[in-house]
Design a protein around this ligand. Structure first.
Ligand code: GDP
Length: 445
């Protein structure tokens, strides 16, 4: 998702790159282009208006820094404004002082509530909690059974009325589940409620009744990001009805333009807390506004990459990567290889593209890279001496020929790899510059 927006913004920024300083006309033109990009991404109009007003004000204002070039300044401002619009700080679950913490899910049918309940339960369990899932969706046939299936997959028990017991009151089920949680020492209760295809008064009343009966610590509104502008209207209706504390965006893996993500927080004043990116239980992330902004701006989502890498690798290696990026130390072929090998272990390369710095520009090319290519690249880098890896500038013609022989490839492939590496190095440097990290070329100028 966000590919169109990402591409358009990248174009806007690259047209600024050649400019020595920005005139008012430049700023107006840039603001117009950003406006079009946001509208095309389906961002709600009031949000776009506010966003553009802030960007313009800041770009013309006193805060313009001498240390950054115009393109970097605009990227910095847009990045910070995107983070704001996405909610600023990461919002974590507020756990109750006395267990159980009660989390209630609300949303339309098909939004992905039941799936989300399973994902949340699995994640909480991994975090050391002892969740209980509660089936308070007694409207939809099979809803209880569906929750039982996800509960089983997540390894989390499900509290549901006995089949055929005739118990048809979701409010009672929800209320009883709290007693059950206290009895069986569950520290979190996740209540899945009924949804309808459209908003109706009866459904909203039922959600309100459940809310009043269990007094949840968090009401989470679950919304399908693929529905675009409708997500905003639905969010507003739920805000006015049952009310909620946080938002979960689902189906972010779809080809949504991303407007919902960029609008919902601004319109409802409630933070996006989680994102769901697929049908499997592990397709679930805590929502980090800063990382999402970074991804939209195609600066790459290095933090997410590092976090995932930490799970796949030993902490030491990940720590090394983090230090490297944060210190603005130079990016070497050794890092390039290490990054590639990490990506190999992390799964299908397509899924990770959005996380690599600057990949938007080379996305189509890279989509064609498969594991075999990665093996060849690895072989080439392994045929280099440590000196060549840390200082690839010394790789001249005769060294290229030697490396090609050593790795069993054509000299042209070695050259292409070195060129590609220099590009990646430039991107990493530019990114460090954009983030205002010390030691980056932008600061040395
Ligand atoms: P509910 O009616 O709100 O409980 O929605 P469900 O949890 O039953 O989900 C509706 C459909 O959306 C199911 O087919 C899910 O597999 C699918 N789904 C849920 N979350 C995601 C997601 O993040 N990505 C994708 N692609 N599909 C999802």
């Amino acid at each position: 998702m966000f590919e169109t927006l990402s591409d358009r913004l990248t174009t806007v920024f690259s047209s600024l790159r050649s400019k020595g300083r920005l005139s008012e006309a430049d700023i107006n033109a840039t603001a117009r282009e950003i406006r079009v990009a946001l509208l095309e991404a389906d961002v709600a109009l009031p949000v776009v208006k506010d966003f553009i007003a802030h960007v313009k004000e800041r770009a013309t204002g006193a805060e313009v820094s001498q240390a950054l070039n115009p393109a970097q300044q605009v990227v910095k401002i847009v990045n910070e404004e995107l983070i704001q619009i996405l909610g600023g700080e990461t919002r974590h679950i507020r756990f109750a002082k006395t267990a159980p913490t009660v989390i209630m899910l609300a949303g339309l049918q098909g939004a992905g509530k039941t799936t989300l309940a399973g994902k949340l339960a699995r994640w909480l369990k991994q975090e050391g909690h002892t969740p209980l899932l509660v089936a308070a969706d007694l409207q939809r046939p099979n809803a209880v059974q569906q929750l039982q299936v996800v509960g089983e997959r997540a390894g989390v028990p499900v509290f549901a009325p006995e089949p055929g017991s005739g118990v048809g009151d979701p409010v009672n089920v929800a209320r009883d589940s709290i007693d059950e949680a206290r009895r069986a020492l569950h520290d979190v209760v996740i209540i899945d409620t009924a949804g309808r295809l459209g908003i109706d008064a009866e459904m909203m009343q039922q959600a309100i009744d459940i809310r009043d009966a269990v007094r949840p610590d968090e009401v989470l509104f679950v919304v399908d990001a693929m529905v675009g502008q409708d997500a905003v209207n639905t969010a507003q209706a739920f805000m006015d009805g049952v009310g909620f504390d946080g938002v979960v965006l689902t189906k972010l893996d779809g080809d949504a333009r991303g407007g919902a993500a960029l609008s919902v927080r601004h319109i409802t004043g409630r933070p996006i807390m989680f994102a769901s990116t697929g049908e499997k239980l592990e397709d679930f992330n805590v929502f980090h506004p800063d990382r999402m902004a970074g991804r939209i701006l195609d600066m790459g989502d290095i933090l997410t990459l590092i976090e995932q890498a930490e799970q796949a690798f030993d902490a030491q290696q990940a720590e090394k990567m983090t230090t490297k990026f944060v210190s603005g130390e130079d990016f070497t072929l050794e890092d390039f290889l290490e990054q590639m090998m990490m990506i190999r272990k992390l799964g299908p390369i397509g899924n990770l593209l959005g996380m690599m710095p600057g990949m938007g520009q080379v996305r189509d090319q890279v989509k064609q890279i498969d594991d075999k290519d990665l093996d060849r690249v690895a072989a080439i880098i392994r045929s280099m001496t440590p000196d060549e890896r840390s200082n690839p500038k010394i790789i001249n013609g005769s060294r290229r020929a030697r490396i090609a022989r050593g790795s069993g490839v054509q000299v042209g492939e070695v050259s292409a790899l070195v060129t590609r590496f220099f590009e990646a190095q430039k991107m990493v440097r530019a990114m460090a510059g954009g983030m205002g990290l010390p030691g980056s070329p932008a600061r040395r100028n």
